[in-house]
Ligand binder design. Structure first.
Ligand code: ADP
Length: 555
């Protein structure tokens, strides 16, 4: 821009310079011509008077004037005298403009160029009283001549003018552009230098305001998006059609083992998992790809979905869902179903076998009762198993339909003791309850179930004449329920597994005493739902202590 302004100013300056020179020279030239004519006319008038008085004698007495030519011409145009050329040799002058004018009006003047155009001649003529005409002429420098003569000074003036124009143009151009370069574009309306650019600045300002509000809205959206994706446990990655990571949430960064600020990096470079790369590549071709992959943090359902617009893939959304729990739950459910079927099969086979024997009539009359008792026992086992299974599945569902209420652990223990006194007596095991009223906030069915299973086990796995001691109390802000027995105890290596479903230390012994292998699973589940915890301390051959801690009721 500076260059353009500079060139314009420079050209204008040159044009003005040339125009001024031509005009000034023209005006000066005209002025001098008029002055010269004036002088020539005066001289002609004086000479005319002298010639009128003296005739030809005047010319003879005249000292030859160097810069002036005098010609005397008869009325018919014949040259009578000329101070430069022999008059006889001169052609008739009647046709000359100034002669014509003088003959007609008494006075005439004209100007003519020489053949070379280098000289110009001025002529003034006056008619004398005898009808002859006296003409004076003088040479005048022609414009061309003048220019040739003035060449050096003109050149000097031009050079000075050009240098001056160059310097001034450059300064002026810089001076005009400087404020433009120093415009405060952050606040366009604060610029007051040029009034002419105010509309432009106003436009800039309104566009800037628009951009700022758009930027703010985008920033807000981005913030919201980041907040949401940051809080997600699922991994989320947005990949552009060119395979560049546009956004990645912390969960995804952790799962893919990449830095959380890897947005902008090439996905195929940042990610080292080939299976995931293959899924993304498939999605980039426009096909949705899905697989369950084993990652370092567990099993993940990985889905790569293409984002399309008008048939073109704009990018890929990669989602990583943790399905470890789901798969584990499915696995457990399958195992549980298989175990239940297996557990039910044994008593069913036994019942079916005894019934078949009874049906065939091969059983003697006195053994019928024995067989009926066996069938009854097996059926009871089955009922027990089905009940425990149902209880457990209700607990699996979170016991949502059960009522929470203040429960006195001591009173509940008393009820359990009452319930199990008879079976304990059969085993010659005595039950003892110690402690005092301790109220927890819980679910009555679950508390009863915990107490029943623990005391039942303490009886079942006790020794003949053994003791079961139930203690209820509170300590460090917690309610404590402990059931200790003087029974067979549990070997240490079995301890971590006794709460698993269908796990028994001694399978045949458990079955013998009517165990289903689900009792402690129900206990553990119920304790967790009630917000408590359970500990086991056991010495094989000496006995076991099961201690349950519950949060105390706040009321
Ligand atoms: P079960 O119905 O077989 O008793 P549980 O889940 O109640 O099943 O107990 C799991 C296993 O833990 C039992 O089979 C038994 O081997 C062991 N067990 C549980 N309680 C006691 C205890 N008080 N003394 C010794 N062993 C026990």
């Amino acid at each position: 821009m500076t260059k353009r302004i500079f060139h314009s100013i420079f050209l204008v300056a040159l044009a003005v310079l040339f125009a001024s020179m031509v005009l000034i020279m023209g005006a000066v030239y005209n002025y001098f011509t008029a002055t010269q004519f004036q002088q020539l006319q005066t001289q002609t008038t004086l000479a005319a008077q002298a010639v009128s008085n003296e005739g030809l004698a005047y010319f003879e007495s005249l000292e030859d004037p160097e810069d002036c030519r005098i010609t005397w011409i008869a009325a018919d145009g014949t040259v009578l005298y000329d101070n430069r050329t022999d008059s006889d040799a001169m052609e008739n002058h009647l046709a000359r403009e100034e002669i014509q004018d003088a003959l007609a009006g008494g006075y005439g003047k004209s100007a003519r160029y020489s053949d070379t155009l280098m000289d110009r001649y001025l002529y003034t003529a006056q008619r004398l009283s005898d009808g002859t005409v006296l003409r004076l002429s003088t040479s005048q420098t022609s414009v061309l001549h003048l220019m040739v003569e003035m060449f050096q000074p003109i050149l000097a003036v031009i050079l000075i003018a050009v240098v001056l124009s160059l310097w001034l143009s450059s300064r002026v151009a810089k001076g005009i552009v400087k404020p433009l370069n120093e415009l405060n574009l952050d606040d366009p309306l604060s610029n007051r230098e040029y009034e002419e650019i105010t509309p432009l600045l106003q436009r800039l300002d309104s566009q800037q305001q628009q951009l700022k509000s758009q930027e703010k809205a985008m920033y807000q959206k981005q913030k919201e998006f980041n907040t949401v994706t940051r809080a997600l446990n699922e991994g989320l990655v947005l990949v552009s059609s060119g395979g560049v990571i546009l956004s990645i949430n912390p969960a995804a960064a952790k799962l893919l083992d990449v830095t959380p600020n890897c947005a902008g990096a090439d996905f195929s470079v940042a990610n080292r998992n080939r299976d995931i790369a293959a899924l993304v590549n498939t999605a980039l071709t426009g096909e949705k790809a899905e697989r369950t992959l084993s990652l370092s943090f567990g099993e993940y359902q990985v889905t790569a979905s293409p984002v399309k617009s008008k048939g073109h893939v704009l990018g890929v959304v990669l989602l990583l869902f943790d399905v470890t729990q789901k798969l584990r739950a499915e696995q457990l459910r399958r195992e549980f179903t298989a175990n239940v079927s297996h557990e039910l099969k044994t008593p069913l086979h036994a019942i079916s076998g005894y019934a078949e024997l009874l049906k065939s009539g091969m059983v003697p009359q006195e053994d019928t009762r024995h067989f009926a008792e066996k069938i009854y026992a097996e059926a009871h086992r089955m009922i027990q198993l089905v009940e425990d299974t149902l209880r457990l599945s209700r607990l699996d569902e979170g016991a949502a339909d059960m009522q929470w209420a203040p429960i006195d652990l001591y009173a509940a223990a008393q009820a359990t003791v009452k319930e199990l006194t008879a079976p304990a007596e059969l085993e010659s095991v005595s039950l003892k309850l110690e402690g005092s009223s301790t109220v927890i906030h819980g679910i009555s069915q679950l508390v009863s179930s915990i107490l029943f299973n623990l005391v039942d086990n303490a009886v079942k796995y006790n020794k003949h004449g053994g003791l079961v001691l139930i203690r209820v109390g509170s300590e460090h802000g917690r309610a404590i329920l402990s059931v200790s027995d003087t029974g067979i105890g549990i070997p240490e290596d079995h301890l971590p597994r006794i709460f698993e479903r269908f796990y028994r230390v001694d399978k045949s012994h458990s079955k013998e005493v009517g165990g289903t292998g689900l009792g402690l699973s129900i206990v553990k589940h119920a304790v967790l739902i009630l917000g408590g915890s359970i500990e086991v301390d056991s010495t094989p051959g000496k006995g076991t202590i099961m201690t349950v801690y519950f949060p105390l009721s706040q009321t």
